[in-house]
Design a protein around this ligand. Structure first.
Ligand SMILES: [Zn+2]
Length: 265
């Protein structure tokens, strides 16, 4: 049976979207986790990947990354107590249309050897429509007969996909976005370390100042906004929780009053 639809959890979509908007210069990349049920690929988890090549339109997933993804699937399954396997990959198309390139179609074809239900997701961002308004596109696709076949995507509540959604907290979109930041930091550190060989004193100072600049940018443009967002979300969640606790108390009081009334009559 072929894949007819992809159900993507809204939490997972939020993570992928946040990741796509990290940079307009390069395509970003991740692996998707979930299960498959009667023609529907259901996705609730994701893991960001470090790019192994920085050329335009050349995102590919290598074997080491795939084996790490399998380990992650096992960890995710254990932690949410629900079988989760690698079900697809995702990458962004900054400044270009959402349609898969020839490289994407070839990569997708190779990855389908992992399972017939393996899907590719692409998010197009930083692009504008004919009215000059910013727009975001999302597609799912598979490679059939060397051509891309697009698949319907529905963004659904995690409650629809997960048996115990509260257990997802360790692997939710915030965890995903933190991993994205760690990956960027690692990339910057690796780039800086590689400049340390065969360099004179002046070059070393120059490289160190460039490294400082990129770390400050990361802090200012990425980490601090994420921190502020998480802080705001936390206070909104707390408000909501307080309201639910209050409503609960009122319902309990009403029930107790009714029970007392029934007892006395
Ligand atoms: Zn692409």
């Amino acid at each position: 049976m072929s894949v007819e639809k992809v159900e993507l959890s809204s939490d997972c979509f939020r993570g992928l979207l946040g990741h796509s908007f990290i940079t307009s210069q390069e395509e970003v990349l991740g692996i998707l986790f979930g299960d498959y049920d009667e023609g529907v690929v259901r996705i609730w988890g994701s893991k960001s990947l470090q790019r192994n090549c920085k050329e335009k339109d050349r995102v590919e997933v290598d074997d080491i990354q795939l084996s790490e993804a399998m380990d992650h699937a096992e960890e995710l399954s254990r932690s949410i107590q629900q079988a989760s396997t690698v079900k697809g990959w995702f990458h962004s198309h900054p400044n270009i249309t959402v349609f898969p390139s020839h490289v994407d179609i070839r990569t997708q074809h190779a990855l389908q050897s992992l399972g017939r239900e393996f899907v590719g997701l692409i998010i197009s961002c930083f692009s504008r429509d004919q009215h000059n308004l910013e727009k975001i596109d999302l597609i799912a696709f598979q490679t059939i007969n060397n051509k891309a076949k697009s698949i319907q995507v529905e963004i659904v509540s995690p409650l629809k996909l997960l048996k115990q959604p509260e257990l997802m907290i360790m692997h939710d979109c915030f965890d995903y976005l933190l991993e994205v930041q760690r990956n960027i930091l690692r990339e910057e550190q690796q780039a800086y370390e590689s400049t340390k060989r065969n360099v004179n004193a002046l070059g070393a100072v120059y490289n160190a100042s460039l490294f400082n600049l990129s770390i400050s940018r990361l802090l200012q443009k990425s980490l601090l906004p994420l921190y502020e967002y998480i802080k705001q979300k936390h206070s909104m969640d707390k408000e909501r929780l307080d309201r639910i606790i209050q409503e609960n108390k009122e319902i309990e009081a009403k029930l107790a009053a009714r029970a007392a009334k029934e007892k006395s009559t």
